[in-house]
Write a protein that binds this ligand. Structure first.
Ligand code: NAD
Length: 261
């Protein structure tokens, strides 16, 4: 069965990757494309018979599911309209604020929503590996995450780095809000035991790299993932779109889609 999907932000890095990836798959087809009114992509044909529009309602009417890799403000606005239409969603936008998270929760009350800071199969496997390492090693091993991304990335640390930090905190029975540390500058003093650090490096055209370090006494473990092609996120999101249609309302993540729970 081929699932029609609406793509948000077709002029963006991920939007373009989604359209390219969809062209090579038979489980999904692009039915509509929605971008900002002032996007240079407006009116362009991005898939056979699909021209970019700025009309949210019309774009969401074209398919039972939409894929959103845009910006938090767009995510919030589209989720509100999708709620009224009960359209399923696959959301990859990161750096979400509380109001946007509320809008997603509102949509998830009436439709199924897959939300993931990273749609690659490899990163979702790494999340499981890192949680297992944290469970075995405990807070006596210092956990730090380093992430690298291209210069245009807006949020820091990355959603994936925060996801890794959350997985470590949960595995150790900690609250990330209490132990997460995202910057060090000046006289910071000794590292508190149990802290989980995450630092962002920005440069060039790096698609996305994450390393979780576990520092013990006399030894160190590093678990790394390096993305070299946005296609991995695009294919994961398209797979999620085909999967989510017809599911019960609620929030799902990539572990649900991959059957890794
Ligand atoms: P980008 O800046 O290249 O593209 C953003 C797109 O959103 C643009 O096309 C822009 O015109 C569009 N947009 C902005 N406002 C809009 C609106 N109101 N309606 C419709 N479209 C709108 O960014 P990018 O590199 O493609 O990343 C987008 C988001 O996806 C970021 O939050 C990034 O962190 C995230 N991301 C997530 C994953 C994942 O696996 N979850 C992977 C890569 C990127």
């Amino acid at each position: 069965m081929t699932t029609p999907v609406t793509i948000l932000g077709p002029s963006g890095r991920m939007g373009q990757a989604l359209i390219a990836a969809a062209a090579g798959r038979d489980d999904v087809r692009v039915a509509a494309a929605l971008d900002r009114g002032d996007s240079p992509a407006q009116g362009k044909e991005v898939a056979p018979g699909v021209t970019v529009t700025a009309l949210i309602d019309a774009a969401l009417a074209a398919a039972p599911v939409y894929i959103d890799f845009t910006m938090p403000a767009a995510t919030q606005a589209v989720a509100a309209v999708a709620r009224a239409r009960r359209v399923a969603a696959v959301i990859g936008t990161t750096g979400l604020d509380a109001a946007t998270d509320d809008a997603i929760s509102g949509l998830a009350e009436v439709a199924p929503v897959v939300l993931a800071p990273n749609f690659s199969v490899g990163v979702n496997l790494v999340l499981g590996l890192v949680a297992q390492a944290a469970r075995v090693l405990g807070p006596a091993w210092d956990a730090e995450i380093v992430e690298l991304h291209h210069t245009a990335k807006r949020d820091a640390p990355s959603g994936t780095a925060l996801g890794l930090a959350r997985a470590i905190a949960m595995a150790r029975g900690q609250d990330l809000a209490q132990v997460g540390r995202y910057s060090r500058d000046g006289e910071v003093g000794p590292r508190p035991a149990g802290e989980i650090g995450a630092v962002a490096v920005r440069g060039g055209d790096v698609v996305g790299e994450h390393t979780a370090y576990f520092f013990g006494a006399g030894e160190r473990i590093e678990v790394s993932h390096r993305a070299t092609d946005r296609g991995i996120f695009a294919h994961g999101a398209l797979r999620a779109a085909a999967w989510v249609v017809g599911k019960k309302p609620g929030r799902y993540d990539m572990l649900d889609v991959l059957g890794m729970r």
